[in-house]
Structure formats: C-alpha cells, structure tokens
Design a protein around this ligand. Structure first.
Ligand SMILES: [Ca+2]
Ligand SMILES: [Ca+2]
Length: 391
C-alpha cells in the first residue's frame, strides 16, 4: 500500500514502512494537489536509498505536474537529500520505485502549499488561504519576508477577521496571526492578533519578518489580507543635502531613472553596488516644515517607480532631515496617507480655485514666501522714502 492523491495545504509522504527498510519491487506514485492559486513545495527531511550511478535501481522521481509526461525534475537515490522542489503549477508527482534486492531506510518529505511562502520582492501582498472565503481549520502557515540588507519592512493588515479571543484567558488561543521580528519564531514577537482587531502598521528592525497563521479544529472566518513594503534605511543628510543609498541587488530590475527624489530631474546615480542620490535641498524641491519645539525639518519624497508595461506602481517614501542635528529618517507614505494628502490638496485647490500638480507644491509654497518677502521689502522701502521726504 503506497501512493495516492493528496489534497490539502500540507502533509507528509514517506516510503512504505518508513523508517523501517522499504520493500523490494515497490512502485508508488503520489500526486500532490494543492489549491488552484498556489504551487507545491517539497522538502525532504530524510533520504536513504540504494545507491547507484544513474539512479535506476531504487529511486525517487519528481515531475512538475500530475503525470510522468510533465517536466521531469530529476531522479534521486543514495543518501544525499534531493534539493527542495517548488512546482510551477499546483500539482506535483512523486514516484518511488525499488528493484528486486538491496534496500534502505527510505525517505520522508514534507509538502506545503501557498501556505508556506517566502517573499523577497521589495513590495508584495499575501492573504490567508482561500481568502476572502473562510480559511481551513488546523493549519499552520508561514510567510517569511526577506529583503536585501539595508531594508526594513513595513507590514499592514488591511483586513483581519479571525475567530475571537478566548473569553476566559483573553488570549488568542483559537486562531491567531503572529508576527516575528526576524526569520524564525525564536525572534521577538511583534504581536499576536485574532478576532477583528486591526493591528496598526508594523515595522521590522532588520530585513526579515515572519508572519504565522495558526488555526484550531473548528470555527473559521475570512482570514486576513496583508501587504508589505521595503523601506530603504540608508538615508542621511547634512545641512544642505540628502544622501540616499539603495543596494542595487534589491532593485535589480530598475533603471536609475526610476528612482528619484522630489522630481524626475533628481535621479539616482549608479555606483558599483548601489543606487545613489545626492540631492541639494535647493535643487530637488525639498521643503521645510516647522515641527514642535521649533525644530525645522526638511522634507521631501523619494519615488521608486516599479511600474511595468501592465501596471503603474510608484512607491512614495517621505524623507526627513533635522538639518541642525543632521539626522535623517525615512518612512512610507501608505495608500491611506496618500488618500488623505490628496483630499487635503483637493480642499486646498478648491479653496484657491487652482488645480495644481501635487509635486509642485513645495515650489508653490516657496513662491508664496518669496512674493511675501518682496511685498514686505517694497512696503519697507515706501515707508523709508516717505520718512525721508517728511524729514
Ligand atoms: Ca534495491
Ligand atoms: Ca478556529
């Protein structure tokens, strides 16, 4: 008895009788079928088969699809674990065969669906399985985000709808989403949520974040939707300019013209390892903003244009500099903040009867200041002349 069709989010397959020696003349086929929108990952945790060159006595054969006519991913034997496999579709075929003599301990492997996902793009989205339909019971899903060094990760949960807290313990004992500040569950826990508690946005200390969804055996809801964005951390400033460094490896697909501060004339330069923007406050439309305790912050926006032929996607980051102390910071302009900003501008524009482009705003502001100073100068001059004449 071996093989079969396996459905579900994750599971284990092993050779017949594992960890006892497998039988001779075995012929097993497992078809792993996960939900339509995902792919299958297969990880061998133990592997010991009769070894021979060419692996045609005893072997495990893997195919990128449900039948042997699909792409052959390899034949494996001996004691070396096969590499981790990720299919291109939602099905994987695993075939195990042994010949008439000499066996081994066999193998054990875990398979996972979309519920075990590694994310490495600078921005992305993910959801609980089957979202917005209800999630499965008894699952343990991992999403690990790993960006290039020099990034932090900002994570948002636009939707959170899980089973409520345990009324007795007041903890998220049934179903929960946990976020860890690193690559594993031994890293600091940033929070654990359930019910309809909406976490505020989270930011990692380093370039890694782990999101874990646990569900128990009954009662399920819609689940969650999450989106994240990498924040480049290497922003510094002097009293007159910003310096921004973004590791090239983190944005391999972009031209330097796609990265600019304030306006497209302040684009990044390419160094050996980074995109670099050196931007004088006066040249790139940096505006000053009074903060509490009379601190003047110089503020601008960094744009990274990820648009491809199909979709426009320009990320905005707010960069700030306390020029007196030469301390710079960078934050993400979230979609919500952008909406708010647009609304404010709309009101401003309606009041002024002028529809302007929002990137021109710092110029508008400096123009107003400039005109005010001119008007003041003229008034002072007139007063001086009048005073002279009266004398
Ligand atoms: Ca054999
Ligand atoms: Ca539940």
């Amino acid at each position: 008895m071996c093989g079969g069709v396996l459905k579900g989010l994750s599971g284990v397959i092993s050779s017949p009788g594992y960890p006892q020696e497998y039988s001779n003349n075995a012929d097993c086929s497992w078809t792993i079928h996960v939900s339509n929108t995902s792919v299958v990952s297969l990880v061998f945790i133990d592997f010991q088969l009769e070894n021979n060159e060419g692996c045609n006595f005893d072997f495990v054969a893997l195919f990128d699809g449900p039948t042997v006519t699909h792409r052959h991913l390899g034949n494996y034997c001996g004691a070396d674990r096969p590499p981790n496999i990720v299919t291109t579709s939602n099905q994987l075929l695993v075939v195990f065969k042994s010949d008439f003599n000499i066996g081994g301990r066999g193998f054990k492997a875990h398979y996972y669906s979309e519920c075990q996902q590694g994310l490495s793009a600078v921005s992305g989205n993910f959801t609980s399985p089957h979202f917005p339909s209800i999630y499965p019971n008894n699952i343990n899903c991992h999403w690990s985000i790993t960006l290039a060094a020099g990034y932090r990760i900002k994570l948002f949960f636009p939707v959170m709808d899980l089973e409520d807290r345990d009324r007795l313990s007041e903890e998220c004992d049934y179903d929960s989403v946990s976020v860890y500040d690193g690559a594993s569950q031994t890293d600091a826990l940033l929070g654990r949520w359930c019910g309809r508690e909406q976490p505020s946005s989270l930011i990692s200390k380093g370039n890694k974040l782990l999101v874990v969804l646990n569900t128990d055996r009954n009662e399920a809801h819609r689940g969650f939707a999450a989106s994240y964005l990498g924040v480049p951390v290497n922003v510094s400033c002097t009293r007159s300019e910003f310096t921004i460094l973004i590791p090239q490896q983190s944005l391999p697909q972009l031209d330097r013209e796609n990265i600019y501060l304030g306006n497209p004339s302040c684009t990044a330069q390419l160094t050996a390892t980074s995109y670099k923007i050196l931007a004088q406050f006066v040249n790139c439309g940096t505006a000053s903003q009074q903060k509490h305790r009379n601190i003047t912050m110089l503020v601008n926006k960094l744009y990274i244009d990820f648009s491809d032929g199909k979709q426009q996607n320009i990320q905005e980051y707010k960069v700030q500099c306390d020029a007196l102390r030469k301390i710079a910071s960078v934050s993400i302009v979230s979609a919500e903040e952008r909406r708010q900003e647009k609304k404010t501008q709309q009101i401003d524009n309606d009041a002024g009867g002028h529809v302007g482009e929002h990137r021109a705003e710092p110029h508008d502001l400096s123009d107003i200041v400039f005109i005010s100073i001119c008007v003041l100068a003229v008034i002072l001059m007139v007063i001086a002349i009048v005073w002279l004449v009266l004398l």
